[in-house]
Ligand binder design. Structure first.
Ligand SMILES: [Zn+2]
Ligand SMILES: [Zn+2]
Ligand SMILES: [Zn+2]
Length: 148
């Protein structure tokens, strides 16, 4: 398969994988690490939740390692898709939604506003079992209607 297409497909697939890990792992047995992210106010610079960045970096690192051995192969481009998704997730979730860095402050983009709204609703739930909006980049259409 075309390498660029592999990267793109991996990126798209990562949204589904993220939805599942968020719902079943982070809100499941991994809740002890994700819990502080659901506390209002985010009092700390680093959260225990940040450990998931390290966890999710491992498959990507392995794919890069085996993706150039013995020569450049498809695994490298799968790793690239995961890396790009990780960067997008960080920019959207940590910078845009939670404002951990004050990079782009005033946005009037409808997609970005709907996206914030959806994730704020995810954060309305402070406990482990209930929840909604586990995804990140693909926002259900109804949240765009609410912003207008
Ligand atoms: Zn959550
Ligand atoms: Zn904390
Ligand atoms: Zn969040």
């Amino acid at each position: 398969m075309n390498f660029a297409l592999t990267t793109l497909l991996t990126f798209l697939l990562m949204e589904g994988i993220t939805w599942c890990t968020h719902k079943y792992i982070m809100h499941g047995f991994g809740w002890f690490l994700h819990e502080d992210h659901h506390q209002p106010g985010y009092p700390h610079v680093f959260e225990k939740n940040d450990a998931f960045f390290v966890v999710f970096a491992v498959p990507s690192i392995l794919l890069f390692y085996f993706g150039i051995r013995p020569e450049l192969n498809v695994l490298f481009f799968i790793g690239l898709g995961i890396l790009f998704y990780g960067i997008a997730y960080f920019l959207v979730h940590d910078v845009l939604i939670h404002r951990r860095f004050k990079w782009f402050k005033n946005t009037n983009n409808q997609y970005l506003k709907g996206l914030r709204k959806a994730h704020k609703i995810h954060h309305k739930h402070l406990g482990k079992p209930d929840g909604e909006c586990f995804g990140m980049l693909f926002v259900p259409l109804k949240y765009f209607k609410k912003v207008q």
